[in-house]
Design a protein around this ligand. Sequence first.
Ligand SMILES: [Zn+2]
Ligand SMILES: [Zn+2]
Length: 370
Amino acid sequence: MSGEVKGFCLHGKEKVMPNSKGSVIRNTSVINMEIPELAEGEILAKTLYTGICGSDNSACIGKSNFDWVERPRIIGHEFSAEIIKLGPGDHGGLKVGDIFTPLAMLGCQDEECPACSVSKWNLCASKEIIGFHRDGGFGQHVVLESDRVVTLMDGLTPEQGALVEPLSVVVNALHNKCEIKPGQDVVVTGCGIIGLMSAELAKAAGARVVVTGLSSDRDNRLRVAKEQGFITIEVSPESTLKSQLQNGISDANGISFGNGGKVDLLIECSGVPQVLSEAIDVVRPEGNICVIATYGNEVSINATHLTRTSLNMRGSMGSCRVDYMVAQKLLVTGVFPAEKYTNHYDFKDVNQAFEDSIKANNVKAVIKMN
Ligand SMILES: [Zn+2]
Ligand SMILES: [Zn+2]
């Protein structure tokens, strides 16, 4: 039985250019998995749907901010799964057949830990991320701690379940770090799924939203953003966000966006250092910058300008259980219209799904695992 269970495995860390012509997944392979014995508090689950995260792509192309991931590793932290076996120990009310999504981040749960003592496992210094610290959702079976199980809410499909984790990350950022208000003008830099989710939630909060991307995003991600009613702009070194805002941008009704080239809030989801450096030039005094991305290099910031404009720049890391509950509700109620943003693949096409995702030839890949 175990020989028939497959997983998509990261084994190398060669640096690969995402736009290179040939295959971009030479650091990975599909392998037969060995299923370990269940330890105290662990469960075995059959994976249902798994999403490809930007961080999975970054690890696959050997970006240095994912050098710490031990190889070989079956990656994947955005998934839904069905419990097929309970290991020894207490599992609360969980039972075989329950369908869930896992908390991506598991804290140390030490009473003395400043993060875990207030249930913020996402901020624990020794947190463990499923799919990076232990094998994850790109295995057809997965072993995990029952502490991290979040049973899916009534009405939520297993396909939608794979989107709960990324949406919860955006919920944490927008609820806790953005102070977004109706009528504000918001720029979301980057049109990966975190950017697109941020745009949808900012719109739902009453803001007008610009989404930025590269010319290579024109036919897929920016097109979908435009269809969803967002103002979209393509940026390049010759035509920066700052210069385009200063030249004037208007919405679909011809009403100008921003005020003198400045906006109320910028949500940084691109992970490009220059984009974050530029952000403080496009936000109004006392405006907000929320950073959800991480960066492969150090980012230079004009700190004096930050002081003189009294900007708020805040980071937002991951999410915790309370954010998962909100994310599920946003999916069930359609506030985030998941079907507009997902591209489905079968597990036999997992390599193609990664190729397409790394090359930004899709919006959000969700793989049917079994
Ligand atoms: Zn992720
Ligand atoms: Zn902790």
